[in-house]
Write a protein that binds this ligand. Sequence first.
Ligand code: GAL
Length: 802
Amino acid sequence: MKNRIFFNDGWLFSDTFNESMLLPKCTGKFSEVRIPHTVAQTPFNSFDECVYQKLCVYRKFFNTETSWKSKKIILTFEGAAHSSEVFVNGKFAGRHDCGYTPFSLDITDFLLAAGKKNVLAVKLDSRETLNIPPFGNLIDYMTYGGIYREVYVDVRNPVYIQDVFVRTSSNHFETEIELNTDCIPEGYSLRQRVENSTGADVEPSAQIVTGIRGKKTLTAADAAPVVAWSLKNPALYNLVTELLDEKGKVSDTHCVRFGFRDIRFDSTGFYLNGIKVKLRGLNRHQSYPYVGYAMPKNMQYDDADILKFELGLNYVRTSHYPQSRHFLDRCDEIGLLVFTEIPGWQYIGDRNWKSAALDNVRDMIVRDRNHPSVFIWGVRINESADDDEFYERTNALAKKLDPSRPTGGVRCIRNSRLLEDVYTYNDFIHTGKNAGTARKQDVTDTEKGYMITEYNGHMFPTKAFDDEPHRTEHAVRHANVLDSAAKDPLIAGSSGWCAFDYNTHKEFGSGDRICYHGVMDMFRNPKTAAAVYKSQADADVTGDVLEVSSSMSIGDFPAGELNGIWIFTNADSVKVYSGTSFVAEYTREDSPYKYLPHGPILFEDRIGRRIIDEDGISEKYAASVKSVLNAVMRFGEKNLSVKDRLLLVKLFLLRVLDREKIKKLVSKYAGGWGKAGSVFRFEAYREGKLVSSILKAPGTEFSVSAKIIRNVLTEEETYDVTEIRLCVLDENSNLQTYCQEAVIAEASGAVELIGPRAVSLKGGTAGIYVRSCGVSGRGLVTITDWQNRVIKIPVSVKIKKR
Ligand code: GAL
């Protein structure tokens, strides 16, 4: 029987190193820490990446339990960045050279007698000079350091199930069971059953009992009836594999969660359960402000939820390394497809480096191959050059470990050698005015599948506090690429660069160690471009979406000329009013984006029907009158083009307009410098019902809104963290993008803050992280704004230790 003990508490940490710290007895300055842990908390931006690059030591004491007699004690680190040497009671127990994959060590023989206290010491190297992926050259992301994913010990019987891999095809499943040893006692057998999510057995054909002939056993069966894992209904099952001893008693149990689903790529696209899915995704870095990679389970869950439910994606690429199992678990649960890949960035190293990369292929696939959400393995170093000898090996290994999934490997070169199943290409062709995507045939002549794995990003960095035209352009560029990819049947889909802004090295970013490439900022607050994605999903995923790109403030535009106002919605239609006057109603057909499910709509004509309904101009001449009126408002009557002048004369001759009338209309419609601010209302309708509305009007009351994502923190495997998202809104809930004031946050009781107490708003938004501190009970977060207004947010902490 497996008995898992989490080792996330009670660690001692030193950010300096000397050899004696690995011995049972040592001196030195240690602080007490919990896992996930970062070797150095960092500021939000403007810091030197050297701060997290060091040799350090983690130590932990633990007793040998009497119940461990004749058991195997397996110690697992889920993620330690980047190179670890593990010592138990002063003796070297093993090492691991990758910060993104897990490793397990059998420490049974290193333990002291029952009741005695053991010392576990980890020498951790987080220097970027290591000769392992992703290091060796420049990298456009910070790599941090620390034991930043969970640690645990499994107490196992001497013969145990090491791994089970399940593959499915409609309701058929095949499994590979691997035991830890070849020496299996006589009479042992294996039994398997499939349970549905409520724990009920899937009968009758899912029961298998089989003898054991060696370390590896293969089984196959049909389960019926089953529900396929899909994006809308990600049905999950458990495969329970039991090892039975000669008396038929259960001696080990291994449970794997999986889904029944078929995936296929071909030149016509990507198919899930035989149905074509146009992949619409973004790239995710797993980093956060202050703590880098060190965020526990629920924060990983929240990110998956953000991608699916706030950005409406059906796919995410875990650029550029395997990410937390919690993140993948959540993707399985909510139906979010995942492209995961080995660590690396543009650079391929020497023989040893490549051998570490091959280990990474193995560790990634063995860890993640039961996740139904994972639909492709990235087995090339992101954006590296062709290297057939190397990539033949990564592909062969991937196929050996998982023949059921296609391989890809992200490249930025055209006509590169395709040893994989899918040509996965970073297409940065779009510069704003040209085509959104290159044509497949201009990139590769392969008949195999083709997908775009990155676009935009560095082509148009955008800060949440950039001016409106810039933020709007960012959104438009994302829409342009999405539409272009949607149009092209040869493109299986695309993932933009990227979901969230991220800290990066000095050679990249905006000079403050941030790449402002996200459609959300580092705190996961949305920029305008987020609305492009969110509005593509149906309301059952993202809710009713209605967003307008503009604050309708003329002063953010050269010469006060407000333009480029976009409406993002997944509703049937949007009605626009100026004050109480109806201007126009827009539907999906009005969008210039013809291939998107819900193309953004350009709100250009702010006069709309008012010219007919209120000003008595007939339908027949409305368009001409508006055109001439807009030109007069923009350039003045004296500066009209010849074409507009002729049109004006024509309208005068036809008595549609006269001098008096044109003066009246200009004064009515020309908002502008020296004129009162305008008021617009947008109403979104679905099946004739008002589902959402926005009022854009100059605000007079401004306050901080603080939204806590979860107000109950639960400690299970380790501490829990939640975010409080901050934004400054006016009385109509319009974001005050340029409010950069600071708030002071304080936490008391059962919670504490991560990061600084003083948090400045950036683009009118910010975030605060709150973490549990090992005690159950109530906590309070108090946020005081710059006008001494106070928001109190109660939080409670539950301890459910496992
Ligand atoms: C790509 C790279 C990403 C990121 C992006 C910025 O070339 O793969 O990691 O740097 O550019 O646009």
